[in-house]
Design a protein around this ligand. Structure first.
Ligand code: UDX
Length: 432
């Protein structure tokens, strides 16, 4: 099939490349000329394991193209995916849909034969109705169908998540388009993905509800971790004990720092704003947002306690600074608030991240980047394991740290409490 992905951010690029790998002809369009030029040279704008090989392979075999010409790309395609950003509005919690509506206006002036127009971007319920309204102002409704097909790709796992999804949600009110999309996704359906056809509004809400639920699950276990710390209980035991109940499930039940990234913080805010607009109070999700926003202050307090209040001139090393492992994404990373607070209190910060130095810290005094793990931890008083990269899972701390007395605060519960105790290492983790 002939596809066009509008927006080569995370969603558009990964989905476009994966669709081309399934044998479709795909044009990835973006108004950012530099990005498109780079992609043509094989320079990928994001860190995503396996993506560069797939881009190269499909670009070489001519199934994948990159373009800045939106009109031309739309007219050459049967299915148009809208994959532009829907960030949180400045000074608010609603999603900013300006890019979506701009694209809808571009699309309506490029339709001459039937097109399926799909929102893959995360958009609030009723956005599909708005897009349909905008396009139908200039184009007959017989010539297009607006569908919601939300993505559920995790950064760092995106190619796997695209190839082996649990479910494919198609929010589509017409039979003809539904058949075309079932066909498009048939290689994934035959590998076991469940295909769900719902109303367009339902599909839009499924995406937000899923992310809000996962954020709730994480926040639930994070709060229980706080209780475990007071009771000398290990939260890992609670996660295992609860997670084995099939009704609950063990995934997304791992306590850690506040959840971050480009989706959970944004989507939890957007769904509550939508609900407020429709005079419905999503109080559970509102309290999840509040609890998560408060989590970094709680962890800071724990750091103060671990250092017995003596933070001035203490050398603190952060292992990993992104919001989670296997990504270079700093959006809403919990350390973006923790590091400046520690600096304010006189600490000296050194960090290592497998994805390199971060512009967010370049201008902060007393924050430096180390090129590898051993030089990062060498001179530290406190090592904070902030993300769970495999690289951090078998460090010989005693061999690498020159100081006799050092402490580890493992925010991802990677190491075993008993093994650390045996080695006489002062070790703290979350929820124990
Ligand atoms: C998420 C959704 O999982 C994906 O389906 C959606 O489409 C995009 O948003 P992503 O933001 O890439 O994906 O990250 P995810 O792996 O879901 O983690 C989100 C946050 O939750 C991270 O900060 C992570 O560290 C945290 N997390 C996750 C936990 O603290 N504990 C867990 O058990 C799982």
């Amino acid at each position: 099939m002939k596809l066009c992905m509008i927006g080569t951010g995370y969603v558009g690029l990964v989905s476009g490349v994966c669709f081309s790998d399934l044998g479709n002809d795909v044009i990835c369009v973006d108004r950012d000329t530099k990005k498109i030029e780079n992609l043509k040279k094989g320079i990928i704008p994001i860190y995503e394991p396996g993506l560069d090989e797939l881009v190269l392979k499909n670009y070489k075999n001519d199934r994948l193209k990159f373009s800045t010409n939106l009109k031309d790309s739309i007219s050459k395609s049967d299915i148009v995916f809208i994959c532009v950003g829907t960030p949180t509005k400045k000074n608010g919690s609603a999603a900013d849909l300006s890019q979506i509506f701009d694209v809808a206006k571009e699309i309506r002036s490029s339709i001459s034969k039937f097109k399926i127009i799909i929102t893959k971007s995360t958009v609030p319920v009723t956005t599909g109705d708005e897009i349909e309204k905008i396009i139908s102002q200039k184009v007959s409704k017989k010539l297009f169908s607006v569908i919601s097909n939300p993505e559920f790709l995790r950064e760092g796992e995106a190619i796997r998540d695209f190839t082996y999804p649990d479910r494919i949600i198609i929010g589509c009110n017409d039979k003809k388009s539904n058949t075309i999309l079932k066909n498009l996704y048939s290689p994934l359906i035959s590998k076991g993905a469940k295909y769900v056809n719902s109303s367009r509004r339902s599909a839009e809400l499924i995406k937000y509800a899923s992310n809000a639920f996962l954020a709730t699950k994480i926040t639930f276990i994070n709060e229980l971790a706080n209780l475990c710390e007071k009771l000398d209980i290990n939260v890992e035991d609670i996660s295992i004990g609860m997670g084995l109940d099939k009704r609950i499930g063990g995934r997304f039940l791992r306590a850690g720092p506040a959840y971050g990234g480009s989706c959970f913080p944004k989507d939890t805010k957007a769904i509550t704003t939508t609900a407020d607009k429709f005079k419905t109070n999503l109080s559970v999700i509102k309290s999840v947002i509040k609890s998560n926003e408060n989590r970094s202050s709680l962890l800071l307090k724990r750091i103060f306690d671990i250092l017995r209040g003596k933070i001035k001139k203490k050398k603190i090393c952060f292992l990993g600074v992104t919001f989670k492992a296997n990504t270079d994404d700093m959006r809403d990373s919990p350390c973006l608030s923790m590091i400046p607070s520690l600096i304010k209190n006189g600490a000296v910060i050194n960090y290592f991240d497998p994805t390199g130095e971060k512009k967010e810290f370049k201008k902060i005094r007393n924050v430096s980047f180390s090129k590898d793990i051993s030089s990062a931890i060498k001179d530290s008083d406190l090592i904070i394991i902030h993300t769970e990269w495999n690289d951090f899972k078998s460090i010989n701390f005693k061999k690498n740290i020159i100081k006799k007395k050092f402490t580890i605060f493992d925010m991802r519960n990677i190491y075993s409490l008993t093994k650390m105790k045996k080695q006489k290492i002062r070790y703290f983790a979350i929820g124990c």
